[in-house]
Ligand binder design. Sequence first.
Ligand code: ADP
Ligand code: MG
Length: 693
Amino acid sequence: MSATNNLSKSVATLTGIGAQTAHRLEKLGIRVVQDLLFHLPHRYEDRTRVTPIGSLTAGMSALIKGTIEFTDMLPKGRSSLICRISDGSGFITLKFFHYTASQHNLFKPGTVISCFAEARFGYAGLEMVHPEYKILSDPEQDVTDSRLTPVYPLTEGLNQHQLRKAIKQALALCNADLADWIPESVLKQFSYPSLSEAIQTLHAPDESVSVEALQNGRVPALKRLAFEELLTHHLTLQQTRYKTKAWQAPVFIRDPISSTHFLNSLPFHLTGAQQRVIADIEADFKHAHPMMRLVQGDVGSGKTVVAAYAAMLALSAGYQVAVMAPTELLAEQHFRNFTGWFDSFDTQVLFLTGNIKGNARKIALQALADGSAGIIIGTHALFQEAVTFNRLGLIIIDEQHRFGVHQRMALREKGQQGGIRPHQLVMTATPIPRTLAMLQYSDLDISIIDELPPGRQPVVTSVIPNERRDEVVERINNWVTKKKQVYWVCTLIEESEVLQCQAAEKTAEYLMQALPNVRIGLIHGRMKSAEKDAIMQAFKQHNVDLLVATTVIEVGVDVPNAGLMIIENPERLGLSQLHQLRGRVGRGSDASFCLLMYQSPLSDTARHRLGVLRDSNDGFVIAEKDLELRGPGEVMGTRQTGQMQFKIADLSRDADLLDSITQIGEQFFINSPHAIQPLIDRWLGHATEYSEV
Ligand code: ADP
Ligand code: MG
């Protein structure tokens, strides 16, 4: 049997692993022997040298060797054994809370002992509590290990010893037989070791590798694995992209009359950036393959009208368009906009959510099926239901970051008819730093709207403590006197919508008392959509001055006269989300303001983060800073991106790899296409689901 086969055998084939241990290993994602090789230590202990006691500092884990000076029992509280040892360079106290009589007898003055533990500050200077120890019969005995000791992530019922033993066996089977799919030339280019070398090094590093370098991820062995993993994620998305490009889609050629008519009926001229993106879309539509395009643009940059233009192209070619928004509120707003823009076009714009029932629903579905409705707007429920299209040609997904990659992938399959698939246009206001885009969006082509409509002024942002609430209330009063409107946004750390809504209700009550002359409205996620709609309409028509809201208003809502926003407890939200919220103001041509009213005391990091928001109005800058301050894990929370979980790579540590990955990935499709699937199997399990949903 070949070594490769050994690696794909169940871990239960290893010595010392029974059904129970195998089951526990499964909790760590370890099923076959090869999985053990990729279960890397999360830290190392260095027993390769003896540290002089005099050079120990608190927090340092070290191997020491010394002579026992005295041993004592402390009867106070719990009885404990303490033992002072010295090696000429200094002394340290060993402390044992549980001990046996024989242990006491062994710890005789003059005995030489070696210990390993973390040194801490104690009552009498440095101490080690319950160290691992060895009494040495020969004081000259070598107590060092030749390699660093790996410490593995565990799960309940599993200990280091068991895992080390299993991994040792796996390593013996590994050798050079573990298929290395990274070409020689690439290994050379980056001075990376081979895969089996890398794995051997990481599980059993010799003394040439320092613990610090391992911990900071600076060793080539670790970089190589991180590189392979990130490359694989990129390849999966790329593969999906190529596959999509081979599908058939309808061709939409611009009809000059409709196009001119559409543009002339807008109350504004498109910005240069909007025109550029529209040109990208027109170019995509000329090919008989599905467009997969992401439009990134800061809040207020005017993505909706670009989407509507794309819809117009599909309509004039005789196809239907589906527009999907993450919230009903936003879907309703799109519905109103599209209805206006397509008023003079010979088609119906439909709105469909779960709340539309009975006959109205039947009529809507019928209009879609027979093709008399050209545009349908709704939430993602649109695609979960038995909606039949007559000729769906384009799917538009707004605020894509609210949907996961999986949902996006799943949608590709929808709406196909006779082998023809619709085009897809996705839009997001959350700028993903370029480096991350390549992992999250490399199945898409990207266009950026990097210009705001003319006349917009940056939002003036200030950071103030909750204690100055009275001043804020006074400011609202003055603002409203000037016939202008205000948002007050309540945030809550809990995911609980109920609590968030209660907080908003309380705040609204408080403000009604504090501001008796101000017309206050309340909107939150637990209200019925008709209620929300009524409040939003009232706010839009200026029958409400101050709108107290939960973060439901994050996306989309457009009320240019509202130029002041108070965000309560902004420290609880991500910077990009705050920036999105803030984007609700600054939509008119007057100066507008955002007050970030934090709960003091504020941590240094939080202060720094809010400072970023105060100093910048550029979504990209903010996203980069957010990435820097919170790390990619947080920025691309797993909720947003189901698959952004890495076994080994760490985006804050390994961001330097990303640039080369795009380029190497391209070479892969030309030179090593056979390696792609094995890599995907290795790193993503057999979870090809996100290219095939
Ligand atoms: P977002 O990119 O955040 O989705 P919207 O599409 O909602 O932005 O546009 C924000 C506002 O700007 C809307 O009121 C829209 O009508 C307006 N708008 C869009 N494009 C332009 C433009 N070129 N000139 C002036 N106003 C525009
Ligand atoms: Mg929008």
